[in-house]
Design a protein around this ligand. Structure first.
Ligand code: XBP
Ligand code: MG
Length: 251
């Protein structure tokens, strides 16, 4: 039985990465650092999952041996997280096509919902507050950032989400936008549906049983990229169930 849907956050629930990039740049300029991450540079830096890890990678790569800069990383990241939250609120960052609808379908049918993300907890809470009524908690489980010993592409964060859901990985489907995220979910024993995002246009979505441009909406079908196709270009709970049942039968 399909018991749960497990969502990545950045690039999957919402197109957040460019807000992260701008928040980094805002923090750099406020702290007097003449660094500027362009979209192209950021797309390359995204090969390192985790904002803190990404910053460390950038500093070591660009300023080798500069320990004073390394020591400033936590303060830079904290300021970035604050700006990110403000950008989410000010920009009213919405969910990607089909996400709100599928979440509502799952909640109406008692299918559990989880998040398995690399990002920091305040960023998740802000996105939820921006898109769900006050006090509403759509996710049964939230596994995030530093709760995982190793970040994506290691399976840790998806394994943690599955453990907290109290299910077997075969009873869930994961949703991801990046190659590292897909690897993480697959290695946690999960089937993965990939929704390519703005910053993962160059990523190989290998291993996903289906890859689409987004989950689609009635009247606004997605573009099919690879693997399983969806009636009318819309990923619905019923269609996910049918696929899952078919897979279970075939196993
Ligand atoms: C993608 C990430 C995140 C964000 C930045 O997360 O790598 O680290 O880019 O967020 P996801 P933090 O697994 O949701 O795709 O600065 O909070 O790490
Ligand atoms: Mg992502």
């Amino acid at each position: 039985m399909l018991k749960a849907l497990i969502f990545d956050v950045d690039g999957t629930l919402a197109e957040t990465e460019d807000l992260h990039r701008r928040a980094f740049n805002r923090a750099f300029s406020e702290l007097g650092l003449n660094w500027h991450w362009t979209p192209d540079l950021y797309a390359d830096l995204l090969k390192v999952m985790g904002g803190k890890e990404r910053l460390l990678h950038y500093i070591v790569d660009t300023y080798p041996g500069d320990n004073a800069l390394l020591d400033r990383m936590p303060a830079i990241h904290a300021l970035k997280t604050r700006h990110y939250g403000e950008f989410v609120e000010r920009g009213h960052l919405g969910l990607r096509p089909g996400i709100g609808r599928l979440i509502a379908e799952a909640r109406a049918d008692g299918v559990k919902l989880a998040v398995a993300t690399t990002t920091s907890r305040p960023n998740i809470d802000r996105l939820i507050r921006e898109n769900f009524p006050e006090g509403d908690e759509p996710f049964d489980v939230i596994a995030f950032g530093d709760e995982a010993r190793r970040k994506k592409p290691a399976p840790d964060i998806f394994e943690l989400a599955v453990e907290r859901l109290g299910i077997d990985p075969s009873e869930a489907i994961a949703f991801e936008d990046s190659a590292a995220g897909i690897r993480s979910a697959l290695d946690a024993g999960l089937a993965v549906l990939a929704t390519r995002s703005r910053y993962t246009q160059s990523h190989k979505l290998d291993g996903a049983f289906s890859a689409v441009s987004n989950l689609g909406e009635p009247g606004a079908p997605h573009d099919h990229l690879a693997g399983v196709t969806w009636p009318g270009g819309v990923v619905t709970l019923d269609a996910l169930r049918d696929w899952h049942a078919g897979r279970t039968l075939a196993a």
